[in-house]
Ligand binder design. Structure first.
Ligand SMILES: NC(=O)c1ccc[n+]([C@@H]2O[C@H](COP(=O)([O-])OP(=O)(O)OC[C@H]3O[C@@H](n4cnc5c(N)ncnc54)[C@H](OP(=O)(O)O)[C@@H]3O)[C@@H](O)[C@H]2O)c1
Length: 440
């Protein structure tokens, strides 16, 4: 049978790993695909760069858009990255030239996935992106194919390995955020500019894609409520432990009465939940659906080899002639996303307050909570020993950390109560507020 001819744009971490994978498993991969799969042309920025991969017999093309239109390729593999720029122009060029596209580019898909899928489907082509969400974990296939007969109620997971690594180290070694971030950078887990990871945007891109497939809605990354992990302190992790929880950065999308709620934020998860046991750079995604119940998939969420493994699985589908709609149903039929605002979110909350140690403060805080219909499940006060050299008169009033867990309430109510408590002058700084996620 004729070989499937690939044009590979991007020879960095993932692109180079894909070249190695095809080198190493070429015959076996061909047997599985029912035909040989060959890289016939490549492009990257710097032709002279030493990459430790064998490109003999492979044609070099000077720019990705030219490669995308190359008459000798069947599939354009985009492993450059970035939304709205060169990578997207090349993907559009490839689709218009009648080439299938395989990509790992979550930023591009979160911004333009629907449009690109419509172009692909109008031309009878495949736009495949298993590698764009959670590295080696086959969550796109699971949602799109395995769970095709189900209605999904909630999908959630640890979608950013850098954040999970930082939180795991902070908890295990009682280290502060900055120290763990530097360590993540030293080990190559975080970029030199790590904002995208630690502020939650990388997880949000992945969640936007998963939400669309899980709920059959148009991608709406703008609708996601996003909070990162930069405000988490060792005190929060210690309190979580005492109260029966672990702290994870989660991406969560669920069906609610008011629409689809999409959020990325640190969450307290019960220690007994599967997600609580996921440590380090590992990712995990859980899907709750009506017939299949709960599925949890975990594994390496990033890295060249893990990501190339998912790219190869998309290439195999194309080689075998397997065609599945990009988002699990025709892209043109995806419903407008009905967003549920974060203010309507209902759940329990953890609060860390720095309370001035003076008479009436506690009673006043409890009253404000009650005024907003909020019941408290537990209160933990940690008395700090006064600093030996603090002036005698100041000591009794110095702020003390107080940890509260509420029963179910709404985001609107808890925000209003906390703002009132702050205005009352009983707390020394803005409170820490972390949502509790009831997980199985
Ligand atoms: N790394 C991961 O763990 C991971 C995981 C999941 C998804 N992804 C996604 O996979 C994609 C690739 O990521 P990566 O980590 O492999 O990135 P990378 O190591 O930075 O590699 C990017 C590649 O694109 C090439 N490139 C950049 N600008 C170019 C231009 N103007 N013209 C031609 N080539 C250009 C670079 O060329 P030079 O080599 O010549 O500089 C490089 O080979 C991204 O969409 C990323 O989000 C990565």
């Amino acid at each position: 049978m004729e070989a499937l001819r690939l044009g590979l744009a991007g020879l960095g971490t993932v692109g180079a790993a894909l070249v190695r994978l095809l080198d190493q498993h070429g015959d076996d991969f061909a047997a599985r695909c029912g035909r040989p799969v060959r890289i016939v042309a490549v492009t990257a920025r710097d032709r002279a760069k030493v990459r430790g991969i064998d490109l003999s017999g492979v044609r070099w093309v000077d720019d990705p858009e030219t490669l995308a239109r190359d008459p000798e390729i069947d599939v354009f593999v985009e492993l450059i990255g970035g939304a709205g720029g060169l990578a997207e122009r090349a993907v559009r060029a490839a689709l218009h030239a009648g080439k299938h596209v395989v990509t790992a580019n979550k930023a591009m898909l979160a911004a333009s996935g629907q449009d690109l899928a419509e172009i692909a489907e109008a031309h009878g082509l495949t736009l495949a992106f298993e590698a764009a969400v959670a590295g080696a974990i086959p969550i796109v296939k699971t949602l799109r194919e395995t769970l095709a007969g189900n209605s999904v109620n909630r999908i959630y997971g640890i979608l950013n390995g850098t954040c999970n690594y930082i939180l795991t180290r902070m908890e295990a070694e009682e280290l502060d955020f900055d120290t763990c971030l530097r360590e993540a950078q030293r080990l190559g887990y975080a970029e030199a500019d790590p904002a995208f990871d630690i502020e939650g945007y990388d997880a949000a891109h992945k969640l936007a894609i998963l939400t669309s497939i899980a709920f059959g809605t148009q991608i709406d990354a703008e609708a996601i409520y996003v909070e990162g992990i930069t405000s988490i302190t060792p005190a929060d992790l210690e309190a979580a432990d005492e109260l029966g929880y672990r702290l994870k950065l989660l991406g969560i999308a669920s069906r609610t009465e008011t629409g689809i709620e999409q959020r990325v934020h640190p969450a307290m998860v019960p220690k007994s939940s599967t997600i609580a046991s996921i440590d380090g750079v590992t990712n995990a995604v859980a899907v709750e659906s009506d017939y299949a119940g709960q599925l949890v998939l975990s594994g390496p969420g990033a890295g060249g080899n893990a990501t190339a493994s998912s790219v190869a699985s998309d290439i195999a589908d194309i080689a075998r002639g397997i065609k599945v709609p990009t988002f699990g149903r025709a892209a043109r039929s995806l419903a407008p996303h009905q967003r549920a605002a974060i203010q309507t979110h209902a759940g329990g909350y953890y609060l860390r307050l720095s309370v001035y140690d003076r008479p009436g403060a506690f009673a006043s805080i409890a009253t404000r909570m009650a005024e907003h219909g909020i019941s408290l499940e537990s209160i933990v006060q940690r008395r700090r020993e006064p600093h030996a050299d603090a002036p005698e008169l100041l000591r009794p009033h110095s702020p003390q950390p107080v940890f509260l867990i509420t029963y179910e309430t709404t985001e609107e109510a808890i925000r209003a109560a906390v703002n009132q408590i702050f205005r009352d002058g009983h707390i020394a700084s803005a409170p820490q507020l972390i949502r509790i996620e009831p997980l199985g």
